[in-house]
Design a protein around this ligand. Sequence first.
Ligand code: UD1
Length: 367
Amino acid sequence: MLKVINVVGARPNFMKVAPVVEAMRGRPAEFSPTVVHTGQHYDERMSDAFFRDLGLPTPDVHLGVGSGSHAQQTAAVMQRFEPVVLEHRPDWVLVVGDVNSTLACALVCSKLGVRVAHVEAGLRSRDRAMPEEINRILTDQLSDLLLTPSQDADRNLLAEGIPAGRIRFVGNVMIDSLFKQLERAETSRVREELGVAGGDYAVVTLHRPSNVDEPETLRGILSALTLISERLPVIFPIHPRTRKNLEEFGLLGASEGRGRLRLVEPLGYLDFLRLYSGARLVLTDSGGIQEETTALGVPCLTLRENTERPVTVELGTNRVVGTDPERIDRGAEAVLARGKGSEPPRVPPLWDGKTADRILDALTESE
Ligand code: UD1
């Protein structure tokens, strides 16, 4: 029986851990799972709503860390996670993705001699100005088992000197959640509530510090979104970081009520899935949404200069257009000029809804 602590911290972690915990609960003779929430995200809309939508059990331990500078947040997670590991003495700690909580917990375990498995290992943007890139590189160096979503990730890890025996290509576990919840999401009335049912619309998400912490960049992106909203309604569920900055830069009033750009509160998993799955176009700086739109064949424009998920461009529906307003607008125009549904989903290898079980097999086989 393997005792596994599964760590969640921020919004993009929940849909990666939910299928793993569910699979562990389905194999009780082999696994005894515990869920630890660091509390990096704590708002009802950024956290609790996802536990409900994804059927994630209430965390066994909540570290209640909250917001802070990178150092404060990372240090607070480390200080509060260490006694939990000492008390539980797990066989494995499973961390996912690239948020500060991921690195903090991996670092605690490596010093205590507790084995770490990293889900979504090996992704690289090659942009060290991104805090997530630092988290990815360091977490991978510290981990004992590197579970990759795509084969480019295996190549990245090998190039960094990680032994092949520690790397396992298991596929994309986010897609397990996506396929599992697709039918339930049909009960969501979000399209009707937002008045876009049956028509064309675009969906936007933005939260990267490089896009939203800099007034000029944010202003430029907003001007592109306003232009696009002259062609079709644009729904923008807004991340707390982005809202705070729009207010601070005096851009909130200016962005609302212009064209058909509509700012709404962050949505839960099922509502958001229902919304983007019917969109004509998605514009985002999120990593996960690049993957989800690829899996469903929804055109996606990534508002960044790079992506750590190149498979979504090579095999999927993603185009990296950067943050220049004209390029964004041209990218949107090109998508809209093509017919709806002209890009059938070309799902990358092992994005098949069965990744959680392969993760569990990799853990048992690494004993
Ligand atoms: C974090 C992750 C990022 C991930 C994103 C998803 C890191 C370095 N970044 O960025 O990789 O894509 O989560 O959302 O780990 N806030 C709230 N309520 C919350 C959470 C945050 O109001 O529940 C506000 C706080 O003012 C906080 C700010 O948002 O200062 C940023 O939160 P933080 O967790 O530091 O980073 P994110 O930008 O969310």
